[in-house]
Design a protein around this ligand. Structure first.
Ligand code: SAH
Length: 259
């Protein structure tokens, strides 16, 4: 277990990462409206500090997105919890994540699900995430290096799919890889920098219901069913460490649409 110097009034006193984690879950996640006990339990367990570069570990329990390799970011803990809650999990599911990044969100989901499949476009991050997850004993997570905008057909259908990068629209491949009754949560927006978090539920073979649930800011989903390239403004956003971030909650139905 790691320790950090306490920020409170006893200089020199050491406080464990575990107690900072416990405080963060109460202050930044439960107190801000995440109620799902499965999600809160998972957030209390996963050591976020071990998914971060060593020099950033002391910030692991600030509710912030932080830079990881490849100009990408580990998402803000609150948005990881909010997205996991939005998947309406009961436990024991097969989940697909697009955008493994550090592997942190996959670890959180794997505490709830039976099996997590996660796809990462950058080889360097895919390798590192797979190694971190294996070191920590997350043997129900599999990492694939590739374009996740097309999903991971081999293991489909999934009860839940979560995308940690924003696309211009909901990829048809991901909709098609949902089980009937399954939920897909994805940031979508015409702007590469700001998106609406959308939950798509597969109601029947050919019918999907779509809800906008929050305003968020994510790195772009780059791939065949995402953006072709990142725009210059996006690169600045990533450098500023402002992606994977929750902006505002909303509740609005955008109706049912056929395939
Ligand atoms: N879930 C991550 C945060 C991911 S940030 C965590 O907990 O750390 C979003 C990630 O999506 C980045 O690593 C980026 O490289 C990846 N990404 C972008 N487009 C992708 C695509 N088409 N397929 C797979 N990964 C993609």
């Amino acid at each position: 277990m790691g320790f950090l110097a306490s920020k409170e009034d006893h200089p020199g006193e050491l406080k464990s990462f575990a107690s900072f984690r416990e405080e963060m879950v109460e202050r930044d996640i439960a107190a801000r409206g995440v109620r799902d006990e499965l999600v809160l339990g998972a957030m209390r367990k996963v050591p976020r500090e071990l998914f971060l570069p060593k020099n950033l570990r002391e910030f692991a329990y600030e509710d912030l997105p932080l830079p990881i390799a490849g100009g990408q970011t580990i998402s803000q803990p609150y948005i990881v919890a909010f997205m996991a809650e939005s998947l309406l999990l009961k436990g024991g599911e097969k989940i697909l994540e697009i955008g493994a990044g550090s592997g942190y969100a996959a670890a959180v989901l794997s505490e709830i699900a039976a099996q997590v499949y996660t796809v990462e476009r950058l080889g360097q991050l895919a390798d590192k995430a797979a190694a971190t997850l294996a070191d920590l004993g997350y043997d129900n997570v599999r990492v694939l290096h590739g374009d996740g905008s097309r999903g991971w057909l081999e293991h489909a259908p999934y009860e839940a799919i979560v995308v940690a990068a924003g696309g211009p629209q909901v990829p048809e491949s991901l909709k098609a890889q949902l089980k009937i009754g399954g939920r897909l949560v994805i940031p979508v927006g015409a702007d590469q920098r700001v998106q609406e978090l959308v939950r798509v539920t597969r109601v029947s073979e050919n019918e999907y219901r779509s809800e906008d649930i929050a305003d968020v800011r994510f790195v772009p989903l780059i791939g065949e069913e995402g953006w072709t390239i990142a725009k210059e403004g996006e690169a600045r956003q990533v450098r500023a460490g402002r992606c994977g971030r929750f902006l505002r909650k909303r509740k609005r139905w955008s109706g049912t649409s056929p395939t």
